[in-house]
Design a protein around this ligand. Structure first.
Ligand code: SAJ
Length: 406
C-alpha cells in the first residue's frame, strides 16, 4: 500500500493515478476541509481529466484521511515555499511530514519525496532526522527523491506520458520505486542518486525561466526601438537550433517563478545569469504597468476605474493564482498608492482581491481599456466583446485591429 502525504496540485493527481492503476492508495492531508471535500466525492481544483480520474480512483478503492498510515511506501508531496528574503528553500513542511511518517512507519519502509527541493536539501534537512530515528530505533528507512514534472493544465496526460527521474541511495530501492511508478507512467524512468535528482528538477525549471526572461528582455529591446518582438521570435525560431519562448506579463505559478531562486539563494556568487533572469521576470508586471500608463495617456484615458485587467490566474485555463503576474502587478500598483485596477477572471469563482469583478458583462461595462493578462480560452471565444475598446494584449493573441502589445 502507498500512503501519499499532501493532497495538493501534485499529491492528489499522483495518488489518483496510482489508485486507478491497481495500486492500493491512502491519501493523507492535515487539512480536514480538503479531506472532507474529497470524501464527499468532489475534487479540490480544476484540471482537465481530473474528475474522471477521481471517479476511477474512487471505484478502485482510494481512501482519504488526515491520519498517517502504517505501510511500506510513502510519497511526500507537501509544499516547499522559499524565503523571499534569503531566496532559500524552506523545507519545514517536508521535514514535518517526514517526522510524522517516522512515528508510524515500519522498519525498511521507503520514503519518497516528490516535493521540489533545492540540491542538497535532503542530505541537509531530511537525512539527519532519519538518521536520528535510526539511531534511536535501530531500524532503517530508504530515502528516495522522485521529483514531479507535470504541467498544470495538462497534468493527467503528462503524468501518464512524461519521462521521470528517481533518485535513491540504493539502486535496488530506486528500481522498486520505479516499478510502482511504472504502473501508470509510460515514459522512461531514469534511476539516479538523490542529489542528481534534486538538481535536475530545479535545473529544468531554471532553463525555462531563463528562456522566458530572454524573451521578456527582447520584448523590452523591441519596444524601445519600435520592433515587432513576436515576428522576430517567430523568424528566429525557424532556425533549427533556436527555440525562444514567448514574452508575457510576468512569470507566475509555484515552479518557474520559485525554483530558480533556490540556486541563487545557495550559490549567490555563481548563479549570475539566473539571478538577472529572475529579476527580469519579476519586474515584468511593473513593465506592463508602465505600458498601461503610456497607453492610457496616448488614448486620453485618465480614470483608472475605466481600465480592467483580464485574468487573475498565473497562466491560461487553470484556476491557480499562486504568484500570478496580475497579483504582482496589483502589488506594484499599490506601492504607487494608486487605486487598484479592476480585475476579472472567469476561472476564479471566489473573490480574492478587493477590485475583482465577478461578472464579465459588469467588467466590460464602463471599461475603456482591457489588459489581457491571461490567455484563457474564454476570452478567445468572444473577441467581439472587446470591439471599440483600447486593448493591451500581453500575449499577442487578440485578432482585433489596433491592439497594443507589451
Ligand atoms: N510563460 C511565459 N512565456 C512562455 C511560457 C510561459 O511568460 O513562453 C509564463 C506563464 O504564463 C506562467 C509561467 O511562465 O506565468 C510558468 O508557466 P509554464 O506553463 O511555463 O510552467 P508551470 O509553472 O505551469 O510548470 C512548470 C513546468 N516546467 C517546465 O516546463 C520545465 C512543469 O513541467 C513542472 O512540473 C512545473 O513547472 C513544476 O511543478 O515544477
Amino acid at each position: 500500500m502507498i500512503n501519499v502525504i499532501g493532497l495538493g496540485y501534485i499529491g492528489l493527481p499522483t495518488a489518483l493515478m496510482m489508485a486507478s492503476h491497481g495500486l492500493e492508495v491512502v491519501g493523507t492531508d492535515y487539512n480536514t476541509d480538503l479531506v472532507d471535500t474529497l470524501n464527499s466525492g468532489r475534487t479540490t481544483f480544476k484540471e482537465d481529466g481530473l474528475d474522471e480520474l477521481f471517479a476511477e480512483a474512487l471505484k478502485a478503492g482510494i481512501k482519504f484521511t488526515t491520519e498517517y498510515v502504517r505501510t511500506d511506501m510513502y510519497i511526500i508531496s507537501v509544499p516547499t515555499p522559499y524565503d523571499k528574503f534569503s531566496k532559500k528553500v524552506d523545507p519545514g513542511y517536508v521535514v514535518a511530514a517526514v517526522k510524522d511518517v517516522l512515528k508510524v512507519c515500519p522498519p525498511d519502509a521507503t520514503l519518497v519525496i516528490e516535493s521540489t527541493v533545492s540540491p542538497g536539501t535532503i542530505d541537509k534537512h531530511v537525512r539527519p532526522v532519519v538518521e536520528a530515528w535510526s539511531a534511536e530505533t535501530g531500524n532503517k528507512i530508504n530515502l528516495v527523491h522522485a521529483p514531479e514534472r507535470i504541467i498544470p493544465g495538462n497534468m493527467v496526460y503528462e503524468l501518464l506520458h512524461n519521462n521521470r527521474t528517481i533518485g535513491a541511495d540504493d539502486k535496488a530501492v530506486g528500481e522498486e520505486v520505479k516499478s510502482r511508478y511504472a504502473s501508470f507512467c509510460q515514459g522512461e524512468i531514469v534511476v539516479t542518486d538523490i542529489r542528481t535528482a534534486e538538481m535536475t528538477k530545479v535545473v529544468e525549471n531554471t532553463f525555462r525561466a531563463v528562456n522566458i526572461a530572454f524573451a521578456n528582455e527582447l520584448a523590452r529591446i523591441c519596444r524601445h526601438d519600435g520592433m515587432d518582438v513576436y515576428e522576430i521570435i517567430r523568424i528566429c525560431n525557424m532556425h533549427p537550433r533556436v527555440n525562444i519562448l514567448q514574452p508575457g506579463p510576468g512569470v507566475g505559478g509555484h515552479c518557474i517563478s520559485v525554483d530558480p531562486w533556490f540556486l541563487v539563494g545557495d550559490y549567490p556568487s555563481i548563479a549570475k545569469v539566473i539571478d538577472e533572469s529572475m529579476k527580469t521576470n519579476d519586474s515584468q508586471p511593473s513593465f506592463v504597468l508602465n505600458r498601461i500608463h503610456e497607453i492610457m495617456r496616448e488614448n486620453g484615458i485618465t480614470d483608472y476605474a475605466r481600465v480592467g485587467l483580464y485574468g487573475l490566474t498565473y497562466k491560461e485555463n487553470v484556476d491557480d493564482i499562486r504568484e500570478s503576474p496580475t497579483l504582482q502587478l496589483l502589488e506594484a500598483q499599490e506601492r504607487h498608492l494608486a487605486k487598484p485596477l479592476k480585475v476579472f477572471d472567469p476561472l476564479v469563482g471566489k473573490k480574492v482581491v478587493e477590485s475583482q469583478v465577478m461578472d464579465y458583462d459588469e467588467f466590460l461595462k464602463d471599461t475603456d481599456m482591457v489588459v489581457i493578462m491571461v490567455k484563457h480560452d474564454h476570452i478567445k471565444a468572444s473577441w467581439d466583446r472587446l470591439k471599440g475598446k483600447v486593448v493591451l494584449d500581453c500575449h499577442n493573441i487578440c485578432p482585433l485591429e489596433h491592439v497594443y502589445h507589451i
